[in-house]
Design a protein around this ligand. Structure first.
Ligand code: 9MR
Length: 381
C-alpha cells in the first residue's frame, strides 16, 4: 500500500512521502477542492460535533479539502420539526453558520422523507392517517418554514428523498398512502415558493438499478412537464466492493443528464465489509444480527484489501472526472472512517473503512490519486 501511495505522490510532487503525503497537504498546498476546481464542487456531510467546533481534527480536514457541505442529520424532520407547533433550528443554524464562515456551499438535506420522519407528521392524535388536506397543509408549513428560514443562504435542497423503489414503482410511504404521486410535485412547488432562487433536487440510493433509473427519469420528466423546477438528481452512492458495476452507475448518470438535469453524487462512501445481502442499498430500517465473521477487520486492514478499496474508489472518481460537464457536486458522506454510519449499518458495532480519511484523520492513498488524476486532466485539456 505504501508503495502505491509513494508512486502516486511522487507522480505529482516528486517527493516520496511514505506517511501519506501529510506534510504537503497539511500546509494546504494541495487539496481536493483546489485540484477539482472548475470540475465540480467537492462536498462532505457534516455532523454536529463538527459544526459546533468540537471535532477539531475533522474540521481541519473539512476546511482544507471541501468547498461544500450538507447536513448529515440536523435538518431531518424528527430533529428540526419534532412537534407540529415546534421547530428546533439550533443545530441547523449552527451548520449553516459553519458553512458560511468557511465559505462553503450549503445543501439542505432533506425536506420530505419517509424515514426519520417526525411521528406526528402524517397522523392525528389517535394515530390515524390525517386527511389529504391536512397533510398538504402540514407539508406546506414544514417546507415554507425551513426553506424560508435559510432563504438565500442554502444553494439547494434535497426536496424529496428515497421515494422510488428499485423496480421504479413509488415507495408506499405514508405520504404516498395519503396523497398518492401528488406529494412529490407538491413538495417541489412549496420549496420553490419558499425560495424561488434555491436549486431543487430529487435524491435516492441504488440508482444504478435499471428500474429505479427509469422511474427517476420518468419523475424528472413529469416534474418538468408540470412546469416545476428541478435542477439535479442526487445519486447517493453508498457503494459496496462488488456493487454497483461502474458501467451501470455510469448508465444512470447519463440517463439523468439526458433528462435535462445536473447529476450530483450526494452521499458517497464505500463499505469493504462482508455484506449480509448482495445489493444492500441504504434503507436505514435494515438491521442484521452481529456475527464476528462479518466484522473481519476490527483492528487494522490488510494491505491487499486497502489497495483494492483505494483502486475502486479512484475508479469512481475517474468516472466523475470523465463526466464532470454533467456533474455539479460530489459529496462524501462523512469526514473520517470513525464518523461513518456504515459502522452501525446494516449491522451495529462493526469497524468499517468507507471514507477518504482514516480513523487517525490521515488521508488515504486515494486522496492523492484523485488530486493527481484531476491535475493530469487539467494538463491534458
Ligand atoms: O448518516 C446518517 C446517520 O447518521 C443517521 O443515523 C441515519 C438516519 O437518519 O441517516 C444517515 O444518512 C442517510 C441519509 O440521510 C439518507 N440516505 C441514506 C443515509 C445513510 O443511511
Amino acid at each position: 500500500m505504501k508503495i502505491y501511495h509513494w508512486a502516486i505522490c511522487a507522480g505529482i510532487f516528486w517527493i516520496p512521502i511514505l506517511s501519506g503525503c501529510k506534510t504537503s497537504e497539511s500546509k494546504g498546498e494541495i487539496s481536493l477542492k483546489k485540484s477539482l476546481e472548475g470540475k465540480f464542487l467537492i462536498g462532505v456531510a457534516v455532523n454536529d460535533a463538527q459544526a459546533s467546533g468540537q471535532d477539531t481534527a475533522g474540521i481541519r480536514i473539512i476546511k482544507q479539502h471541501f468547498n461544500a457541505l450538507v447536513a448529515e442529520n440536523c435538518m431531518k424532520s424528527e430533529v428540526i420539526h419534532p412537534e407540529e407547533d415546534k421547530f428546533d433550528f439550533t443545530q441547523a443554524d449552527r451548520l449553516v453558520d459553519f458553512g458560511e464562515r468557511n465559505k462553503m456551499v450549503v445543501t439542505g438535506h432533506n425536506l420530505i422523507w419517509h424515514s426519520q420522519l417526525s411521528p406526528w407528521f402524517c397522523v392525528d392524535k389517535d394515530g390515524k392517517n390525517v386527511s389529504r388536506e391536512v397533510l398538504i397543509e402540514r407539508m406546506k408549513k414544514h417546507i415554507h418554514a425551513i426553506v424560508g428560514r435559510y432563504k438565500g443562504r442554502i444553494l439547494g435542497w434535497d426536496v424529496v428523498n428515497e421515494a422510488i423503489e428499485d423496480d421504479g414503482s413509488y415507495r408506499k410511504s405514508k405520504f404516498y398512502e395519503i396523497l398518492g404521486e401528488d406529494y412529490i410535485p407538491l413538495a417541489f412547488q412549496f420549496a420553490h415558493e419558499a425560495d424561488p432562487n434555491a436549486e431543487l433536487y430529487y435524491n435516492d440510493y441504488s440508482m444504478s438499478h435499471e428500474g429505479k433509473r427509469e422511474g427517476v427519469v420518468k419523475l424528472v420528466h413529469k416534474l418538468k412537464s408540470m412546469g416545476l423546477r428541478i435542477d439535479a438528481v442526487g445519486m447517493q452512492g453508498h457503494m459496496q466492493m462488488d456493487f454497483p458495476k461502474i458501467e451501470e452507475f455510469e448508465k444512470s448518470m447519463l440517463a439523468f443528464a439526458n433528462a435535462g438535469v445536473k447529476v450530483m453524487i450526494t452521499e458517497m462512501d464505500m463499505t469493504l465489509l462482508p455484506s449480509p445481502k448482495r445489493n444492500m442499498g441504504a434503507d436505514v430500517a435494515t438491521d442484521f444480527t452481529y456475527k464476528k465473521e462479518l466484522d473481519p477487520y476490527p483492528d487494522a486492514l490488510p494491505d491487499s484489501v486497502s489497495l483494492a478499496w483505494n483502486r475502486r474508489m479512484e475508479d469512481f472518481f475517474k468516472l466523475f472526472l470523465k463526466h464532470s460537464d454533467k456533474i455539479s457536486r460530489v459529496t462524501i458522506w462523512g469526514v473520517a472512517d470513525s464518523d461513518s454510519w456504515r459502522n452501525f449499518w446494516p449491522i451495529k458495532g462493526r469497524t468499517d473503512y468507507p471514507l477518504l480519511f482514516d480513523r487517525n484523520h490521515h488521508p488515504k492513498p486515494v486522496v492523492s490519486a484523485i488530486i493527481k488524476d484531476a491535475v493530469d486532466e487539467n494538463r491534458s485539456n
